[in-house]
Design a binder for this molecule. Sequence first.
Ligand SMILES: C[S@@+](CC[C@H](N)C(=O)[O-])C[C@H]1O[C@@H](n2cnc3c(N)ncnc32)[C@H](O)[C@@H]1O
Length: 256
Amino acid sequence: MKFSVITLFPRIVEAFAAEGLLAQARERGLLALETVNPRQFTEDVHQTVDDRTFGGGDGMVMKVEPLARAVATLEPGTRVVVLSPQGRLWQQSEAAAWAKEGRPVAFVCGRYAGIDHRFTVKYADDEISIGDYVLNGGEVAACAIIESVARLIPGVLGNAVSAARDSFSERLLECPQFTRPREVEGMSVPAPLLSGHHAKINEFENSVALVRTALFRPDLLSAEAELQPAVKVVGALNDNELYALGLTREDLKELQ
Ligand SMILES: C[S@@+](CC[C@H](N)C(=O)[O-])C[C@H]1O[C@@H](n2cnc3c(N)ncnc32)[C@H](O)[C@@H]1O
């Protein structure tokens, strides 16, 4: 899958994609990444990419023409995404859909006060935000989205199962994970996880996922979710096991 990033700061994105699993995926030909600097497409000696805003607002706005010329260099069929705090919120379900589809994507990164909105109206297939906060530029947002999609491209993660059970994949937060030793500072790995019985482990992890989602991200829970059997499973743990899950008896009472 090919990602292009149209940015005035290509080194931010290149440094990010030169490390870890993304770098390995690029080496193995599972994904390609290019950066395109709109300064290349200016026609004046100062390589001007921005100008003052009409209406007297603060700061500079990125001009339409250099960005439009940068878009013209993209492979035909590329999905053009403008990154903006005003876009719709990025979601795991969409990361999965993009990874499956494999269509090339180009991210247009704003800087300063943002991008002349006429560029978005004319050239963007999509306007996406990574959260309700404002960054200095779109590069971090592009990196976040690229990573969330890339890790779902078959073969990018060593073990495909590790992504299938991640938080949000089944709409819930994932059950917390533990490693050795079994006891640390008064916290115990919950016994059901040590049972070696796959169906039991699955049932326990699903119950914990439901309970933690109900407590910490109730917005993710569907109205049909059956909470009480899960509360009962988690309630059977001892205090040290509950502590390890970041839960208290009071939390469970709140859900009853
Ligand atoms: C300082 S911001 C401009 C914000 C703009 N004035 C507004 O309030 O909507 C500069 C650039 O950072 C990027 N950016 C900032 N916050 C973002 C977010 N939450 N998600 C995606 N991109 C963001 C966008 O590309 C934006 O054009």
